[in-house]
Design a protein around this ligand. Sequence first.
Ligand code: ZN
Length: 310
Amino acid sequence: MRQRMAGLGTVVAIGLGSMAVAAFQAPTPPQPPAPKVVEADKIADTLYVLKGGGGNTAMFLTAAGVVLVDTKLPGWGQPLLDKVKTLTDKPVAMVINTHAHYDHTNGQVEFPASVEVVAHANTKRFMEEANPVYGLQNGPQPNIFKEHGGRGMPSRTFTDKLTLGRGAEQIDLYHFGRAHTGGDTYVVFPALGVMHVGDTFPNRDLPIMDKNNGGSGVDFSATLAKAAAVTGVKTIINGHNPTTMTPADVKTYSAFIGEFVAAVQAAKKAGKTVDDVVATWATPAAYTGFNKPQPARVKANAEVIWGETK
Ligand SMILES: [Zn+2]
């Protein structure tokens, strides 16, 4: 396996070399930007998952208009609105943000000022602060909301639980504590038995534990276990996974993170280093179908857990 990888590396290196030569001999004309394609998966007559351009967006139809959960990367607000228009005549009335990260919130600066934005109070603060995502971004980040005169900033916040609407249109927002960030919101559509969990469970890989935005490694597993225990939920919309999952998958993921945290803490107690963890940690065999974590992610998360462990 190691030898085969080395072989692939050589092929890539040669490929890059000849690309560089080709670029020097005949500069390629500027390429048009890739089209921004939003794909829709229908979950129910009143609920879709809109994919592409960052985090998964949930689109919920109510009599008063469309509710969108998360709004994708910068530049994806208008493509998102365009996609909504192909599915309903109703205008977007409300945005709910699962957390502050740019790939879940920045599209909404392109939305009309009439759209109400609802988020956890901490998420509003992190959107104001535009802190770099720990382990992913370095140094000061542009504040897209300030650049747009505050457009897209939350106008309504909550701390523990907030219920919006009633009957078939009810939406429950929960905050169970620190995990991916310090303002994670679980968005439940109780009439449909669906919950959007944002990046507390992005996909089957190690999550970001964003301590710059209130996230925690040590608290993550227990926080997520509370989300897995919400009654009546059958379907999970993940932050980035291309298909839906189940509450059983959330439980498994919570256990996976718990095992990772325990391994990091055991390493610290045994006098080892973060680099030792990066060199030795592998996804336990029980977690089938999980991605092989990137060493940079293992390192960043181990650093967060290290700092939280006495
Ligand atoms: Zn995120």
